[in-house]
Ligand binder design. Structure first.
Ligand code: SAM
Ligand code: SF4
Ligand code: FES
Length: 334
């Protein structure tokens, strides 16, 4: 495991020599090739509800955003979207939403169990902070993986950005999920107002310490309907450096080239795949709801349907000389 110190990571985040940056990307690409191979895993993302009880400062779904038209898919609609994912050849579905208390735990567990039984795909949940008991029930129902970014390892910044969460509870969630046997994904937001390079380096060291199975790095994209209106977006350069360093430090974690990275720059996802990333999560949310899941403005794929996104990413992967993985893409740590 490469022994990068915090100082070394900060220096690379500050590096200005283009040749040294290019070498960092080449090194990350080599580690990706050695550790996870040439294939790219696809995960079908279903954004099933835009209701949220929380008020994170950066997010368009925050409960105080009165400008957002909210939607919530029925359990039947969510199942149909997962079935469509299966028909399109996806081996993983990711069910993501705001923290929406509308669905009862029993109903949601039944949905997970039905998807597992009838569709035989891996199920990843990304539905926020829950109790250990709720995570346990969802695991028993068949959920395989869980994504919950800690967003920032800086406790003060965390407290400012997530006023109704606590740092301790976010990490408690990660610990519970690990103990319950989930494959665990976390990650951060890159470029939050007030975030230092030192804290970004700490984020990377945290990814390693937590022995994550998946790490998602999201560039912060400013949403004008939030209190962070007027702050600058993350730069693509910083997300790519974070991707490369995360690959080198975590070695075999699954790292997605995120939709937000593709929103910052139309070749952003290709560039991320070339410096460490090995996963893409195409949007499989039904077209009528896509525009309403507005975490940030100008999100890509709003006018496409699931089949078009599948074709698009398959072409993107082929264009890089890589292929779509045929297996489920489980954790490489187990
Ligand atoms: N509500 C759950 C949670 O917060 O963990 C899951 C859904 S939430 C919309 C998924 C991710 O969206 C968050 O972890 C956050 O990093 C990202 N996100 C929210 N607002 C964003 C923004 N303005 N720019 C980029 N990513 C954003
Ligand atoms: Fe809700 Fe998640 Fe957005 Fe926070 S990031 S407001 S918890 S959807
Ligand atoms: Fe949706 Fe390219 S991934 S159009």
């Amino acid at each position: 495991m490469p022994n990068f110190t915090k100082r070394h990571i900060v220096e690379l985040l500050k590096e200005t020599n283009p040749e040294n940056i290019a070498e960092l990307y080449r090194q990350a690409d080599r580690v990706r090739q050695e550790q996870v191979g040439p294939t790219v895993h696809l995960r079908g993302l279903i954004e099933f509800s835009s209701f949220c009880r929380k008020d994170c400062l950066y997010c368009g779904l925050r409960r105080s955003n009165g400008r957002l038209q909210r939607y919530r898919m029925s359990l039947e609609e969510i199942f149909a979207a997962a079935e469509n994912a299966r028909l399109l050849g996806f081996k993983t579905v990711v069910l993501q939403s705001g923290e929406d208390s509308h669905y009862s735990l029993d109903d949601f567990c039944s949905l997970v169990a039905r998807i597992k039984k009838e569709l035989r795909v891996a199920v990843t949940l990304c539905i926020g902070e829950r109790t250990r008991e709720e995570y346990a029930r969802l695991k028993e129902a068949g959920a395989d993986r869980y994504l919950i970014r800690f967003e920032t390892s800086d406790p003060d910044l965390f407290a400012r950005m997530k006023p109704d969460s606590t740092y301790e509870n976010r990490f408690r969630c990660l610990q519970d999920l690990r103990e319950l046997g989930y494959q665990v994904g976390s990650g951060n937001l890159v470029g939050l107002p007030g975030q230092s390079l030192e804290s970004l380096a700490d984020d990377i060291l945290k990814f390693r310490e937590l022995e994550l199975d998946m790490v998602g790095l999201g560039p912060f994209i400013c949403n004008p309907d939030t209190p962070l209106y007027g702050f600058a977006n993350s730069t693509l350069d910083m997300v790519l450096r974070m991707t490369a360093l995360t690959r080198i430090v975590t070695e075999n974690a699954h790292i997605p080239a995120t939709t937000a990275t593709g929103t910052l720059d139309e070749t952003g996802r290709q560039q991320a795949l070339s410096c460490g990333a090995n996963v893409i999560m195409p949007n499989l949310t039904p077209p009528e709801y896509r525009k309403l899941y507005q975490l940030y403005p100008d999100k890509i794929c709003l006018n496409e349907d699931p089949g078009q996104c599948k074709t698009c990413v398959t072409g993107m992967i082929a264009g890089l000389g890589r292929t779509v993985a045929l297996d489920r893409g489980d954790s490489l740590r187990i």
